[in-house]
Design a protein. Structure first.
Length: 174
């Protein structure tokens, strides 16, 4: 079987990470996979913010946990030390789909590299706040964007195994 297809079919999201950073070169390679994702009309609306700063990571995690209604102290980033925030410029009707495709590419790339990764929702709500907008602006991102998701990345501290596929989701017209 083709190695790319094999990796996609075996991929699983990690829920527990070692307290260790991923090298910047690997994070940048994962973002490169996101940058190469298809986009509507080739508008390339997704933007990526690599977060390795613990203070900012923890603040985004707390903001996300508040939106989720998570119990105090629950780490919605599951201990991953590195986060890639995916946002997309609202310059096209396809920006959410574009950002979602970029996120999928990044999740698959991380797994293929032997890393754990997981999509964490609520980026829209986090980056709709004044504090969220300031975090983006401090990173140099000042255009009108909407949060798509947080790609948490790290070294899994658990065995990853593919999850069963829910049956009955494929239909045919012949």
């Amino acid at each position: 079987m083709n190695e790319i297809v094999k990796s996609i079919l075996e991929r699983s999201s990690a829920r527990k990470y070692r307290n260790e950073h991923v090298p910047m070169e690997d994070l940048e390679l994962i973002v490169q996979a996101g940058l190469k994702a298809p986009s509507g009309g080739n508008r390339q609306t997704p933007r990526f913010v690599i977060i390795t700063n613990k203070e900012i990571r923890d603040r985004l995690m707390e903001m996300n946990a508040q939106v989720a209604g998570a119990p105090k102290g629950f780490d919605v980033f599951y201990g991953a030390q590195d986060v890639i925030a995916v946002v997309a410029a609202k310059s096209s009707a396809d920006f959410v789909a574009d950002g979602s495709l970029a996120m999928g590419n990044m999740l698959n790339a991380a797994y293929a590299m032997g890393l754990g990764a997981r999509w964490i929702n609520r980026a829209r709500q986090v980056f709709d706040t004044e504090e969220g907008k300031k975090i983006l602006a401090d990173a140099g991102l000042t255009e009108d964007v909407e949060g798509i998701g947080f790609c948490i990345v790290g070294y899994p501290d658990e065995e990853l195994a593919p999850k069963p596929v829910v049956p009955g989701r494929v239909f045919y017209i012949k």
